[in-house]
Design a protein around this ligand. Structure first.
Ligand code: F6P
Length: 532
């Protein structure tokens, strides 16, 4: 199937897909749920290509794997774990069994405990030493940070709880700048760590405890913990009533639906958080029931595979024309690159082709004035993914929102159409002539024929955000199954952690640099001479 797809690509690669895009194609190469539309008609995928891509997906057994995932099968084979973040949003979907035990009563009980706690923080009945909580500091990294941090920004119009801050980096600049702006007597610190061993998080958590201990008699009483390792949270000094646990079948980068989402729940309130969960659940229902041709996560994955594995475009830009999604690209970098950045297939063999793509991006229109030049004229093709809402949250400024939408649509059109040399000449005719006119025109020429996908929705509500995040999660799942990799482990990040632990005593001066490579030794030497 891969060979057939590559042969098909050879056959169509020089075609201008602009010539294909009429109203019929726009309908045939798009998918809709009740309130979301995915348009991939501005790509070079045609009916034959789509047929081959769907065959690829079917041959890979995506349907069976999907059934296994939703029913608690241990599809994370290298760690022997189920993959059940979907259970966290399965609000009324019936039992889900892991090792013969229904996990739903536990999931729903934890959700209710979180809701009660969040409500008390929001209404002031949970107090710090100085009274009602004004600031929440979430300390976590990777999946224990990016989801709630992205979500709090995304849902800013719904934020009516205390201020939320996120500390992730072990760089002291991060925590000291956040704590400087908080009153310890009215601050709640949430230590978010699935394992409760991550060195950055535990170091920052101790720093926060010491900071609070300087002015609060019982600092531990203003701490909560989110973790699978409840024994470790107790040892850290956080009472069980403020510990919200989850199971190892929730991967870190898939965890914002459960306890790791506590800071988001405190910010927007339990009802809005439930709406977020319902959005995720709605996308689960869509993913499980829509035929592949109408199935948004499957289509998004197949478009990505076409661009990366077949066309050879190694990166993908995610460009939300939605300023509140300013951390979406960072969130997706972990979700996609930690999940599908693998070099080995499930059976231990080397992957034949590239793994998942490099994902990057920034909100529009800002990106237009920064890196879009390269997207339009650079020699590498960068498939783009636009996201845009029909409405913003400020009716009085709807005219600005309309300008935002116009910019978004203009970009995908410009990428597709480009500007040919004749048109470029007409832009400079009158100002230049002869060879200079030709030279100037060449600089204003764009090849076009550059693919993009557009995702639109009515408004970025909690329900819609839930759909967007679940859409991307399932995209990662489909891509991982088609590539034959395990999307749910992350062994590649371990080596760096081990070497950092070994380097710490060298940097601190307790151990000699002997045995390290010349480059590392010279860098340590320079840093030591300058005060590390
Ligand atoms: O560095 C990898 C990783 O394990 C991520 O997968 C995870 O989200 C992050 O570290 C944080 O882990 P924890 O929640 O256990 O602190």
């Amino acid at each position: 199937m891969w060979d057939q797809l590559k042969a098909h690509h050879e056959h169509v690669k020089n075609r201008r897909f602009e010539t294909l895009v009429d109203a019929d194609r726009a309908e045939a190469f798009s998918a809709e749920t009740s309130d979301m539309r995915l348009d991939y008609s501005k790509t070079n995928i045609d009916a034959d290509g789509l047929g081959l891509l769907i065959d690829l997906l079917e041959n890979a057994g995506v349907g069976d794997k999907r059934a296994q995932m939703f029913s608690g099968g241990k599809i994370n084979e290298t760690e022997g774990r189920a993959v059940l973040h979907t259970a966290l949003r399965n609000l009324d979907g019936g039992p889900v069994f892991v090792d013969g035990e229904d996990v739903m009563p536990g999931v729903l009980a934890t959700l209710e405990r979180m809701e009660k706690f969040a409500a008390t923080v929001r209404d002031g009945s949970f107090k710090g030493q100085g009274g009602k909580i004004t600031d929440v500091v979430n300390i976590g990294i990777g999946g224990s940070d990016l989801g709630p941090a992205m979500g709090v920004l995304a849902l800013a119009p719904y934020h009516d709880g205390p201020r939320c801050h996120f500390v992730s980096n072990v760089d002291p600049a991060d925590i000291s700048q956040v704590l400087q702006g908080c009153n310890p007597e009215t601050t709640l610190v949430i230590v978010a760590s699935k394992t409760f061993t991550t060195i950055e998080t535990m170091t920052n958590a101790r720093t926060a405890m010491a900071w609070m201990g300087e002015s609060v008699a019982e600092p531990g009483a203003q701490f909560a913990a989110l973790s699978t390792a409840e024994d470790k949270t107790a040892a850290f000094g956080i009472a069980a009533e403020r510990v919200f646990g989850f199971e190892d079948w929730v991967g870190g980068r898939y965890s914002m639906w459960g306890p790791i989402g506590l800071s988001l729940m405190i910010a927007i309130g339990p009802d809005a958080f439930r709406a977020f969960l319902r959005g995720g659940q709605a996308m689960d229902v869509h993913f499980r029931s829509a035929i592949w041709r109408d199935n948004m996560p499957a289509l998004l994955a197949l478009v990505g595979i076409w661009h990366n594995q077949i066309c050879g475009h190694a990166t993908r830009a995610v460009l939300p024309y939605d300023n509140n999604l300013s951390r979406l690209a960072a969130y997706l970098q972990q979700l996609e690159m930690e999940s599908n950045g693998k070099g080995v297939s499930m059976d231990g063999a080397d992957l034949d082709g590239p793994s998942g793509p490099v994902v990057w991006g920034e909100p529009g229109t800002n990106g237009q004035h920064a890196f879009y030049q390269l997207i339009h004229q650079g020699k590498r093709v960068i498939p783009c993914e636009f996201l845009v809402a029909a409405r913003g949250h400020d009716d009085a400024l709807h005219h600005q929102h309309q300008l935002l939408v116009a910019n978004c649509l203009a970009q995908s059109e410009a990428l597709m159409k480009g500007r040919d040399l004749d048109e470029a000449r007409s832009k400079v005719a009158g100002k230049f002539e002869g060879a200079e006119l030709e030279r100037q025109a060449r600089h204003r020429e764009f090849t076009g024929n550059r693919p993009s996908v557009t995702i639109t929705y009515p408004q970025l509500t909690p329900f819609v955000l839930g759909q967007i995040i679940a859409l991307y999660e399932h995209r990662v799942f489909v891509e991982g199954v088609v590539l034959g990799i395990n999307s749910y482990d992350q062994w590649g990040v371990e080596l760096g952690k081990e070497l950092a632990t070994a380097l710490q005593p060298i940097v601190e001066g307790a151990q000699s640099v002997e045995g390290k490579d010349g480059s590392t030794a010279a860098l340590v030497d320079f840093l030591k001479r300058h005060g590390v």
